[in-house]
Ligand binder design. Structure first.
Ligand code: GAR
Length: 190
C-alpha cells in the first residue's frame, strides 16, 4: 500500500479543511492511504487552525504581511510544501493570489464557490446570488497562473429558485463543496 501526502492551505473558517480531515485523513482508497501531512494558513486568527490541531496536525502559519513581495511569500510556501514531501496541495478557502513561482512548482487544486468560469475571484457567492443565473454550484479546478482559471476537475450544480434565501443558497454551495473537494482528491491521488 502507498501513502499519498496532502497539504491543505486555508485562510479562515476551515470548514472545508475539517471536511477533508473527516473524509480523507488516514483513510485508504483503492489501496492508497491519504494523509493530511501539512496545513498552512496565512492568518494567525483563522478558526481553521484549531480545527487542524484537533486532528493532531499543527498548522504552519505564514503571515503574508511579513513578505512585502508576493513572490517571496510564495517561495516560502513552496519551500515548506517541498520539505513535507507533498503529493497534492489543496486550496480550501486560501485567499491569496498566487504567483507563477507557486503555480509552476506546486501541483495544486482549488475549490471555488461558483460554476466556473462564472464569478471568478472574491465574493463569488454574493455575485452568484445577485445574478440571474438559474443554476448555481461549486467547482474544483487545477491551480494555474490565471486566477480561478485552471482546468476544471469536478463541478456540481443545483437549480436555484428566486425565492431562495441567501443563507439557503450559500448552504447549498457549501454542501456541494464538501462533496466534490474530497472526491477530486481521491480521483487525483488514488
Ligand atoms: C469556501 O466557500 C471556498 O469555496 C471559498 O472560501 C470558502 C472557505 O470556507 N474560496 C474562494 O472563494 C476562493 N476564491 P471554509 O474556510 O469554511 O472552508
Amino acid at each position: 500500500m502507498t501513502t499519498k501526502k496532502i497539504a491543505v492551505l486555508f485562510s479562515g473558517m476551515g470548514t472545508n479543511l475539517e471536511n477533508l480531515f473527516l473524509k480523507l485523513h488516514n483513510k485508504t482508497f483503492n489501496d492508497t492511504k491519504l494523509e493530511i501531512a501539512l496545513t498552512l494558513c496565512n492568518k494567525e486568527a483563522a478558526l481553521g487552525i484549531e480545527k487542524s490541531r484537533r486532528y493532531g496536525v499543527e498548522s504552519v502559519i505564514l503571515k503574508h504581511e511579513s513578505y512585502p513581495q508576493r513572490e517571496d511569500f510564495d517561495k516560502k510556501l513552496v519551500e515548506i510544501i517541498r520539505a513535507h514531501d507533498i503529493d497534492l496541495s489543496v486550496l480550501a478557502g486560501f485567499m491569496r493570489i498566487l504567483t507563477p513561482y507557486f503555480t509552476k512548482n506546486v501541483k495544486a487544486i482549488n475549490v471555488h464557490p461558483s460554476l466556473l468560469p462564472l464569478f471568478k475571484g472574491a465574493d463569488a457567492i454574493h455575485k452568484g446570488y445577485a445574478s440571474d443565473e438559474k443554476e448555481a454550484g461549486a467547482s474544483v479546478h487545477f491551480v494555474n497562473e490565471e486566477l480561478d482559471g485552471g482546468e476544471i476537475i469536478l463541478q456540481k450544480s443545483f437549480k436555484r429558485t428566486f425565492n431562495m434565501s441567501y443563507e439557503e443558497y450559500e448552504a447549498n454551495i457549501h454542501k456541494i463543496e464538501y462533496e466534490i473537494l474530497p472526491q477530486a482528491v481521491i480521483k487525483l491521488l488514488t
